[in-house]
Design a protein. Sequence first.
Length: 209
Amino acid sequence: MPQPLRKSCHVDFSQSLRHRPEHATVLGQIIGVSGRLEACLGWLLATLTADHSQITVSMFHSVVSTDAQRAMLDAAAAATLTAVELDEFNSLMTDFRSRYRERSRLVHNSWGESNDHPDKALWCRSSDLTLMMANILSAKDQADAVVRNQGAHIWAKCMAYTVKDLQDVNARLELYTNRVLSFTQALLIAHPVVGEEAKRALEKPQKPQ
């Protein structure tokens, strides 16, 4: 598990993960599996909405809100699945928000490093970095800016990640992605007609623009 920094140290965000190549590699894997997960969720929606899948999948990938994507999947499942299948779907969706939140936390914030922690990458909310700069820039004069800069303890806002911490996140995303794919495949086997409709819908030629 990532840990907060316990003692003051200099943190450099200018190089991101350039000097933490192992961390950067695993973070790249997390980004990769995240894209695969979104595709698998799109395939699940296509299976649930069958002949309407071109429209629903286009809508699914046009929204950036994970809550909106979850709502689309919930509505389609409620209208399509049997009671037993719906229970399994709801169990799958229980982990939806936590997996996306964990991924977004890592991908959409800032990474830095410190010579005091050579085996760790330091994570910080981008909002904390920008607020720190805004506080310095709002100083009354140069002397005030120096004081504010010296008092900007950004290290206290950081979390230290080992390579294993990131590997654990990647493993959880991989596991969840495979669960989504397995559930979708099971639906296609249990509902061959629906499966064929979904396949035909996705293979329909696009209308000319």
